[in-house]
Design a protein around this ligand. Structure first.
Ligand code: ZN
Length: 481
């Protein structure tokens, strides 16, 4: 079975076939950099990251473009309140965005175009639309004539009368039709502006994405990603502008990421119920936040709560313990050697568990990137291995090594394992002094040949999944599964 992707345009699960064999182009709508991002924003960025990682895992070459909207009403208004320039504010928040997303383990896109660096391309695209009769100029602003594009509404499936009802709130006398939207806004006093054939002004948000996507990825892109709130009007308008200008489909697959919720309500700046990503990263290791965010399929809403993060934290401890233990048993293996005949029954049973995990993982991810099920397949194998190691039942190191590699490879796609011991680090901070004290007491007992006390400390710690190791340099402790 190949990869299937739910396309918001057809509202169906479709076989994924990129236009150029082996290569995939992705455009993901990036942030408007007027403030720090919250975990809800991070969900879309993370889904983009995982889709890209999975396509690479499947052998595709991926080109990912994610824009930064660095000029917008929100930026201008906030900069005004703070008494700084819009470009200063956008620059600082752009840097903060990269800092936060990189802390979360999100790999940078191949290109991060900024709107303010693509004004010429935007002016050119607007001019094409004016020349085709799809746009008109009023008092230095340029509007898109929605009536000129017969397919308008094909993504959101909104009927013209619904669109009119939606547009009623912002009646603008200058528009021919309330559904028309601005592609170029004439400059207001005190606002940043650029020169254009229609006078000084700045681009509208929708034309920014159309221009930057086409400049960096061509007229037709394979996957266009964004949060579900962008489907209408942003993506509908991107389609209208791009397809009327080029005459070819703008994106082959439209992928929309559902909201993150908190207390049943959408997390958002306007709701004032958000948790900044950087605040969450100060409290939890990145892998824990990633595990939480991938614990639901990207098209399903996900509820943020402390309990969910704690669940992710303990799940990751099990995963890390398992991988760390496997690493200890790892040996160099000759991949080309067929060891089928040398397998013990226990070996064979673990081999089939590893193969089942790999099949289940791929099947889950091939079904519209179902990360929730993919994580489930990884943890099923983790439980099997933990039982197997605890039982010390004679599985060979070769097979443990295979399990180790399979887990690392699949966890890497989701980015939920990091060997920098983030998860342990936080726990160790609290536990270390207490455990050191216990080791001292035990050593004292051993010096007095009080073996009962020494053994009791060792056994009680084993019950808590902590193992004491006695070496010639003294005793140390580690987590076991
Ligand atoms: Zn966009």
């Amino acid at each position: 079975m190949g990869l299937k992707v739910y396309n918001s345009l057809s509202r169906q699960l479709e076989e994924f076939t990129p236009q150029n064999h082996g290569n995939v182009s992705i455009y993901s709508c990036g942030p408007t950099v007027y403030d720090y991002i919250h975990i809800g924003n991070a969900r879309t960025a993370l889904v983009t990251d995982i889709i890209r990682r999975y396509l690479v895992y499947k052998g595709y070459t991926v080109k990912l473009v994610q824009n930064l909207t660095d000029i917008d009403d929100k930026i201008i208004n906030r900069a005004h309140t703070l008494g700084i320039s819009a470009s200063e504010l956008a620059h600082a928040n752009g840097l903060a965005y990269f800092e936060d997303t990189q802390r979360l383990g999100i790999q940078p896109a191949d290109v991060h175009p900024k709107a303010t660096e693509h004004i010429t391309e935007m002016i050119d695209l607007i001019q094409i639309l004016i020349d085709k009769g799809a746009a008109y100029v009023v008092d230095g602003s340029v509007y898109y004539r929605v009536n000129s594009f017969s397919d308008y509404g094909k993504l959101s499936r909104r009927k013209p009368e619904d669109l009119l009802a939606g547009a009623r709130v912002e009646v603008d006398e200058r528009k021919e039709d309330p559904r028309d939207f601005d592609m170029w806004k004439a400059a207001k006093p005190g606002e940043p502006f650029w020169e254009s054939p229609w006078g000084q002004g700045r681009p509208g948000w929708h034309i920014e994405c159309s221009s930057m996507a086409m400049k960096h990825l061509g007229e037709t892109i394979d996957i266009h990603l964004g949060g579900e709130d962008l489907l209408f009007p942003h993506h509908e308008n991107e389609i209208a502008q791009s397809e009327l200008a080029t005459g070819v489909p703008f994106a082959r697959y439209w992928v929309h990421v559902a909201f993150l919720k908190i207390g049943g309500k959408r997390m958002g700046k306007s709701e004032k119920n958000f948790i900044l990503l950087r605040e969450a990263l100060d409290k939890y290791p990145p892998a824990v936040i990633r595990h939480f965010l991938v614990s639901a399929h990207y098209r399903h809403p996900l509820d943020y709560s402390l309990e969910s993060l704690q669940t992710s934290e303990s799940a990751l401890k099990r995963l890390n313990n398992c991988i760390d233990t496997l690493e200890k048993y790892s040996v160099d293996i000759d991949e080309s050697k067929d060891i089928k005949n040398e397998l013990t029954t226990e070996d064979a049973s673990l081999v089939s568990a590893i193969e089942k995990m790999q099949t289940d993982f791929t099947q889950a991810m091939d079904t519209d990137f179902n990360t929730a099920q993919a994580v489930g397949s990884i943890f099923t194998l983790v439980s099997t291995i933990n039982k197997s190691i605890v039982a010390t039942n004679g599985v060979s190191n070769h097979i443990y090594t295979r399990a180790y590699k399979a887990l690392i490879e699949t966890c890497e796609v989701l980015g939920i394992y990091s060997n920098n011991e983030d998860v342990h680090a936080q726990t160790n901070e609290y536990l270390e002094p207490v455990l050191d004290l216990l080791l001292d007491i035990r050593q004292d007992a051993r010096n007095r040949k009080d073996w009962d006390t020494s053994d009791m400390i060792r056994d009680r710690l084993i019950e808590l999944n902590i193992e004491i190791q006695d070496t010639k340099d003294g005793s140390t402790w580690k987590f076991i599964s």
